[in-house]
Design a protein. Structure first.
Length: 318
């Protein structure tokens, strides 16, 4: 009877203890999300409107050098866009660094984890409590900022001449669920690094390195995660296309593909490829944006699941 009564109360106590232990990190995370969200809303509304109006003034000028237009509004929009995009992309690295240093590494380094395990808290329950609440907060906060970034970008599309295209890599990553999945993977990579190395600083370095490796791997694999579209033109040059380029080059009469010789307008250069009949371009158009986003997200979530299993197996063995 006593065990049944105290067991349900253990979970709320663990949550309160976790919040008390990591209160500074919670305050920093909340402040960061609120600040960046406010900047993105400011960017989506007043800054986008002011920059769009300035571009209309500029485009209406027959002689831009002698016309008045609000250049400061254009530059402010560009600067705030770059800063907020960078911060959203940096979230997985910040989460991984905190998880590797403070979530598990510090407790194992100081011995407080073993103390908790001797006081009716099993290692598995300890790790589950450590991961559950941070995972929820990281997912919620990153999702909010990613959604706001996408809304901000779409507000300037077609209105601002220097607005980034959908396939601009920072814009693509910051405005989709890839960043949310990468932040979760970073949290779990940090937790695993802390368990493995049992040192806060070593866990921090290993976690950040792991996220950098994941980001690079996804960036390189992204064009190959979904079937691409191919356009073939004549020998005047690579067919015009807009999107994520996968490959481009020469195509022969037999259908074989050759690397792009980058001949430009040089006839002598192209003469060396006498069997070539045209140029081809293999790319992903805008209709592939969401398939690429969702496929990459699924891959990262699978990696996060594997990291979770590895963390619990490592803890069980020790």
């Amino acid at each position: 009877m006593t065990l049944a009564a105290t067991a349900p109360a253990a979970a709320p106590r663990q949550v309160r203890w976790l919040l008390r232990l990591h209160r500074p990190a919670l305050y920093v995370w909340t402040g960061l999300v609120v600040t960046v969200a406010a900047a993105l809303l400011w960017l989506r509304g007043p800054l986008t409107d002011a920059s769009a109006a300035a571009w209309r003034q500029y485009n209406a000028c027959r002689h831009p050098g002698s016309c008045l237009y609000d250049q400061d509004a254009i530059l402010l929009y560009k600067d705030v866009y770059q800063y907020t995009t960078f911060i959203v992309l940096a979230l997985p690295f910040l989460v991984a660094a905190w998880a590797g240093a403070a979530l598990t590494g510090r407790d194992l380094e100081s011995g407080t984890a073993r103390l908790a395990w001797t006081q009716a808290v099993s290692p598995v329950r300890w790790l589950a409590a450590k991961l559950a609440l941070p995972a929820a907060l990281v997912t919620a906060g990153t999702t909010v900022l990613v959604l706001l970034h996408r809304l901000m970008w779409s507000a300037g599309e077609g209105r601002i001449d220097t607005a980034k295209t959908w396939h601009d890599i920072p814009t693509f990553f910051a405005g989709g669920p890839i960043t949310v999945a990468l932040a979760l993977a970073g949290l779990l990579a940090g937790a695993l690094a802390g368990l493995l190395l049992r040192r806060s600083l070593a866990g921090l370095v290993a976690a950040v390195t792991a996220v950098a490796g994941l980001w690079t791997a996804v960036r390189l694999a992204l064009p190959h995660l979904w079937p691409s579209v191919t356009r073939v033109g004549d020998l005047s040059g690579v067919p015009s296309h807009s999107g994520i380029t996968v490959d481009e080059g020469l195509v022969t009469a037999t259908g074989a593909r050759l690397p792009n010789p980058h001949c430009g307008t040089s006839g002598d250069c192209l003469a060396r490829y006498d069997d070539a009949v045209g140029f081809y371009a293999e790319y992903h158009p805008v209709s592939h944006s969401w398939p690429l986003q969702l496929t990459a997200t699924a891959v990262l979530l699978a990696v996060a699941a594997l990291l979770t299993v590895a963390a619990f197996r490592l803890l069980h063995r020790r």
